[in-house]
Each structure stands twice: as C-alpha cells, then as structure tokens.
Design a protein around this ligand. Structure first.
Ligand code: CU
Length: 170
C-alpha cells in the first residue's frame, strides 16, 4: 500500500518535471503570479483558486529557523484565499498544502531525491528574500497541513495547520 503511494508520487513529480520542461517560462515573475493555465484538480484539501474570486488574503512568512508565521490558519469552507508568502531566510523554502499523510509521503520522497522538482497549484517555491502568491479555494472541510518539503526542512518541523470548518456548521 505504502509502496504504491510512493510510486504514484514519483509519477506525479516526473510529470511535473516534463510539463515544466515543455512549457518553460519564468515562473518567478514580477508579482509571483502563477501562469494562467492552472490545472484545476479537486484535492481533499481544496482546488486551485481564481485570483478574481479571492475573499481573503493571508500573509505568511518563512524563515531559516524552519518556521512559518503564522503556523495555524482557520478558514470557512468555500473561501478562496490568496497566500502572500514571504521568504525572510537565506535559504529557499516552499509552502505545500495537503493532508498530513500526503505531505509525509511527499517529504520522504524529497528526502530521498533532494533535487527532484515539483510544481502544483497547491505549492509555492520561494527563493531567499522573495515573495510569491498562491491562490487556493478551500471547498472541502477538514484538518489539513502545510509544509516546506525541502529535504531536512519538514523533518525540522517546518509545518503548519489549516483548519477548514464546514459551511453547514456556520
Ligand atoms: Cu524550508
């Protein structure tokens, strides 16, 4: 079971490598906006958001102490959030949203293959001193995590919590 999941991750990462190779363009642009054609795949933790549907903006900082600030976020189901992600460190960091299980599996892959590149709408890779946006729609309620999956960072505790409350309970 675990093995199968790992294989799936390898496939996903290999796919994004070839995709970024095919459609190479400067992704770390002026305002850090993602390219227009974003895959809108429904994930357990939501779906890629439209910039024009943003209902809330959250500024997150990352640093070389392997921490996110804030590291606890709460949203309501249906909210489209623009994360403004600032890297205040001297190292590259990333923010990847997912379930704890997915992030753990992915972090294990990253630890094994540290140079592996990956890019999905629920990830932002931010160079030292830079800032990037990530727009995500939390259309599923639940308890999720976000993490930096760069080898060693996740293991050092570079993880935060996202709690999405169900619309019905509001
Ligand atoms: Cu990091």
């Amino acid at each position: 079971m675990k093995h199968q999941k790992t294989l799936k991750l390898i496939a996903a990462c290999a796919l994004s490598i070839s995709a970024s190779g095919l459609f190479a363009h400067g992704n770390e642009g002026h305002d850090g906006a993602k390219p227009a054609a974003v895959k809108k795949e429904q994930k357990e933790w939501g779906v890629a958001g439209d910039a024009k549907s943003v209902t809330r903006t959250v500024t997150l900082t990352m640093d070389d102490n392997m921490r996110f600030t804030p590291d606890k976020l709460a949203f309501k189901q249906g909210e489209t959030v623009r994360f403004v992600i600032r890297n205040q460190g001297k190292l590259r960091h990333e923010m990847v949203i997912g379930t704890r299980q997915d992030l753990e599996a992915h972090a294990a892959m990253m630890a094994k293959f540290p140079t592996m590149e990956h890019d999905e709408p629920y990830m932002a890779h931010v160079a030292a001193g830079k800032q990037q946006d990530l727009v995500w729609t939390f259309n599923r309620a639940g308890e999720f995590d976000f993490a930096c999956l760069i080898a060693g960072h996740f293991q050092a505790g570079m993880v935060g919590k996202i709690s999405v409350t169900a619309r019905a309970s509001q």
